[in-house]
Write a protein that binds this ligand. Structure first.
Ligand code: 1GP
Length: 236
């Protein structure tokens, strides 16, 4: 499954709990983005997730479900991304929910379709930070240390810098970039147009664009080519 995500430079994240018209969905799916990630922190249900998957299946894009609620695990996605929030004192969000899921679903789990994400949550005002009690007041060095836990100790396929709703501190992103050697570095948060998309694309492997889809779809669409045309800086 690692191979499926490797080419992803740009990803749109769609929230099943938010309305998106058919024309807008079509524009997103035909935009040239590499994949659709379905997920949200609150209000995600089995019903709204399966509805969105059915609408997405008219298009040929890879669709991944980022699981945040055990009640909303829908079969039929190409891939399941499993967040492990590293910077929370609450083990429920590191391994606790995961233990429950394995006990509940056991042999039904298609392990070959799962990828773990080492999440580092950095915007204290986001739903995900409130939900997980994440220690968002990390220094750049603190965030980079968590990134190394994910990359080097846990050897997770993905490190996800999550600034959801806020554009991140590029100094932190840069330091994390310098430290991550093997994991694929995802960034999400507060990208509202081309300029921000380019800054992130230079530093990260995969750029995730969410909220702006629902606020200004034209700006959201512009981020695709902005990311694709930006080469990544090379790190020794
Ligand atoms: C949210 O990382 C994503 O989980 C994207 O963030 O919604 O702020 O674009 P935004």
């Amino acid at each position: 499954m690692r191979q499926l995500i490797e080419p992803w430079r740009h990803v749109f994240k769609l929230d099943p709990d938010r309305e998106l018209g058919d024309l807008e969905l079509e524009a997103i799916c035909l935009s040239g983005t590499d994949a659709i990630l379905v997920g949200g922190s609150t209000g995600v249900t089995y019903e709204n997730t399966i509805d969105l998957l059915n609408r997405l299946r008219r298009y040929e894009l890879p669709c991944a479900l980022e699981i945040s609620d055990l009640e909303a695990v829908v079969p039929g996605f190409d891939l399941y991304m499993i967040p492990m929030v590293l910077n929370t004192p609450d083990t429920a969000w590191i391994i606790g929910q995961h233990r429950k899921a394995i006990q509940r679903y056991g042999s039904l789990i298609p392990w070959e379709l799962l990828l773990a994400e080492g999440y580092i949550v950095l915007n204290g005002d986001s739903s995900v930070a409130r939900l997980t009690g994440a220690d968002h007041s990390l220094s750049a060095e603190g965030a980079a240390a968590y990134a190394q836990i994910a990359d080097k100790l846990m050897q997770l396929p993905v490190v996800y810098l999550e600034y959801s709703g806020m554009f991140g501190d590029m100094k932190t992103v840069r330091l994390v970039r310098e430290m991550v050697e093997n994991s694929q570095l995802f960034y999400g948060g507060g990208i509202t147009g081309e300029a921000q998309a380019k800054q992130v694309a230079a530093l990260c492997d995969t750029v995730v664009v969410g909220n702006i889809i629902y606020q200004d779809i034209q700006q959201a669409l512009l981020t695709v080519q902005a990311v694709k045309k930006t080469p990544q800086m090379l790190w020794e």
